[in-house]
Ligand binder design. Structure first.
Ligand code: HEM
Ligand SMILES: *[C@@H]1O[C@H](CO)[C@@H](O)[C@H](O)[C@H]1NC(C)=O
Ligand SMILES: *[C@@H]1O[C@H](CO)[C@@H](O)[C@H](O)[C@H]1NC(C)=O
Ligand SMILES: *[C@@H]1O[C@H](CO)[C@@H](O)[C@H](O)[C@H]1NC(C)=O
Length: 323
């Protein structure tokens, strides 16, 4: 017993020194971070997720998006999960839109029961996003772990740093660059829109403002029935209507046919940035290439400004900072 304690202490020292680089450093995250402290972590997350998807097939998409919206606002630090007046949940891109919070709560509660005060909410988001992609038929990647949770959220940053659905391709490229992500990451990660849905409010301007010539005619007419000129703002349409629950490369094939839902999807092909145009075509032809690049970019996105070492905390409840 004494020797076990000694080993654990040595491991703790090793882990702490690995993590010492602090916010902005990447070297502190490692796939084996919970191997000793909570080996059940991923099993618990996976089993809660399987149940959640069985109840609500959209849960996978919602959890993938949650990790993206976390990472783009002051790094992957679970700031998106905090409740309260200045919560990121109240920002334009998130309000009446982000979902999956109860699923994260259930994962956290189960983890607190088995390994109290050990697994961060930020790591739960990263694992849940990866597992959502796997359960939808997409690629697998190893998630580096050890992110800690923020004690702050930033509503202003959520409004300014998360790209809008009516963005130009130049604006998308700029917002991704701000996060250290490049054109290839932008196109590959936009392929996350192979699952899930969007509200009428996010694409209505394409249907009625002035005729959007890039939309294929029958697709356009179908969208108008879902999204009337007046009202219906929370009606939803799939981002990839041909296989909305399957993680595949159909999203890119649809873009080539003028059947991408959001302006931000469409401009990857029509926005006059050679690199994004070429990548859309490559991914439409080659699903393996898309999977490979998507996995690589998810790892990169998951490493945006983690809190490490003594920074931040391990929240007891993902919605609140520890008192
Ligand atoms: C490139 C810039 C992006 C823009 C402008 C954008 C915009 C949007 C919008 C407007 C919606 C619909 C929200 C609603 O109607 O409430 C949405 C949904 C979604 N987004 Fe994105 N997104 C982007 C990138 C990403 C990335 C990088 C990922 C993940 C890798 C992602 C994953 C998703 C998923 C899975 C959904 C469906 C969520 C659900 O059904 O609950 N998006 N996105
Ligand atoms: C099932 O999914 C719905 C959302 O579609 C959610 O409101 C509800 O809480 C879920 N029920 C369970 C038991 O998870
Ligand atoms: C939020 O971020 C902005 C910069 O984007 C900064 O000026 C502001 O102080 C931050 N607010 C909080 C509450 O941290
Ligand atoms: C996008 O929409 C917002 C408001 O809905 C508007 O202020 C902004 O100018 C639009 N941006 C573009 C590039 O059309």
């Amino acid at each position: 017993m004494a020797s076990l304690r000694l080993i654990l202490a040595l491991v703790a020292v090793a882990v702490a020194s690995l993590s010492a680089s602090g916010r902005g450093g990447n070297t502190g995250l490692s796939p084996g971070f919970y191997d000793l402290s909570c080996p059940q972590a991923n099993g618990i997350i996976m089993s809660v997720l399987e149940k959640a998807i069985a109840n609500d097939s959209r849960a996978a998409a919602s959890l993938l998006r949650l990790h993206f919206h976390d990472c783009f606002v002051q790094g992957c630090d679970a700031s998106v999960l905090l409740d309260g007046g200045a919560s990121e949940k109240n920002s334009g891109p998130n309000k009446n839109s982000l979902r999956g919070f109860q699923v994260i709560d259930e994962m956290k509660a189960k983890l607190e029961h088995v390994c109290p005060h050990t697994v961060s909410c930020a790591d739960i988001l990263a694992l849940a996003a990866r597992d959502s992609v796997i359960l939808s038929g997409g690629p697998h990647w190893e998630v580096a772990l050890g992110r800690r949770d923020s004690r702050t959220a930033n509503l202003t940053k959520a409004n300014s740093d998360i790209p809008a659905p009516n963005s130009t391709v130049q604006a998308l490229v700029a917002k991704f660059k701000r996060q250290g992500l490049h054109e290839q990451d932008l196109v590959a990660l936009s392929g996350g829109h192979t699952i899930g849905v969007a509200r009428c409010a996010t694409f209505k301007q394409r249907l009625y403002n002035k005729a959007d010539v890039t939309l294929e005619r029958s697709y356009y007419n179908g969208l108008k029935t879902v999204c009337p000129k007046v009202g219906g703002d929370s009606n939803v349409s799939p981002l990839d209507f041909s296989s909305p629950r399957r993680f595949d490369n159909t999203y890119f094939k649809l873009l080539l046919e003028g059947r991408g839902l959001l302006t931000s999807d469409e401009v990857l092909l029509t926005g006059n940035v050679r690199k994004t145009v070429d990548l859309v075509k490559s991914y439409a032809e080659n699903e393996a290439l898309f999977f490979h690049h998507f996995a690589k970019s998810m790892v990169k996105m998951g490493r945006i400004s983690p809190l490490l070492g003594a920074h931040g905390e391990i929240r007891n409840n993902c919605r609140k900072i520890n008192s």
